[in-house]
Design a protein around this ligand. Sequence first.
Ligand SMILES: [Zn+2]
Length: 429
Amino acid sequence: MASDAALLHVEERIIMYRSLKMRIEPDSEQRKVIEASFRYHCYVYNALITACKSYHRSNGRLPSQFDLSKLCTRIWNNCPFLHGYLYQNAMNETAKRVLQAFSKCGENRRRMERRNRRKSKGKTDKENTELTGSPETGLACPRFRKPSRFHSYTNPLHREVFTERNGRRMMKVSKVKGPVRCYNQKAPVPGIPKTCTIEKVDKGTHTEYYACLSCWDDIERRRGDEYLSGRSLDAVGIDMGVSKTATLSNGTVYGNDHLYSKLLDLFRKGHEAFSTMLPGTPGYRKARSRLNHLYGRLRGIRRNNVETISRQIVDNFDIICMEDLPVRRLRSKSKGKRMTNAYDDASLGMLRRRLIDKAIEAGRRIILVDPRWTSQVCCGCGACVKKGLEVRTHVCPECGLVMDRDLNSAINILIWGLTGNPFPERWDE
Ligand SMILES: [Zn+2]
């Protein structure tokens, strides 16, 4: 029963947007325009935050997107210096971000208040109010951004983005004159591009620019084309964990490479060098560049692992059963730094997300299983064999089955995913 509900939950979430991120290489003139666009978007962002504050003071609530759009039009009419660098409807996208920032700040504040209330249980209401501030007073407000901390802006697209020049694909970027050189020449555009987000990454010694196209893709239409094309149904159960990133029920194991621990010395050295440098000097920029590249390498390898594993699983199996894991909560309960790093290296959340995305795209069926008891129950006879996290081998006293712990739970996940979880509530002893 549980698995059916979970399946519905996944099927409802049909991704319609797919993105393509590519590095762009503007020349020095184009870079000036892009930098100015960043500056002016930042200006608009800060102006809108101020506007939201004063609106809240007089009306007691935040303005809607529509109110902000009207305000954007007024800003546009009063500030002719913006016209050379922004589109008017790009300002609406920035307005959207302002509202998102406000709602996120509100959420954070509410979470903090809940935590404080939990901590100060037993105190009187008055003391609690002093501790957290009463909920009515004040608005949780995002910070103003410095131009150096403003990294991206979004343009809606209404025209063709790409052009050809000498057989190379070139890109048109907002108000920038002329086409901009871009990387990823061979990557196909996944659908109709709707928005283009320009992003900059400060590497210390230089700045890299990226364009992220968000494309509308009709997945409904393509779904199921590939599905069950002359193949028998292959089902698989996946157990995800820290010691091994993923264990499949057919015995395939994807290990955890503990990358961070391997690179730890390099990170230490990098941070040491960075902390001794004087800000603003060439040495400082160089050290920062080195650190940024190191973190980029870590991110890249982790991402590559996730993409490889999820691609292999989705290509080989039609029905994929996996645990409905609360990854963040698991990580917060980990014992010690090493284990937390191992969680990060395994990137379980990203793996889960990519598996679901790829499976939906290819028309595979994903079944999420309640993660409770998957590792404790014997897959041979169904007896409950309790064991702690440190016991890596499953030994069943009832039927004598000896098996790797993760393989046992992968098989359980497969069986429960196909037939329904026999223990939806709790093990009754
Ligand atoms: Zn057994």
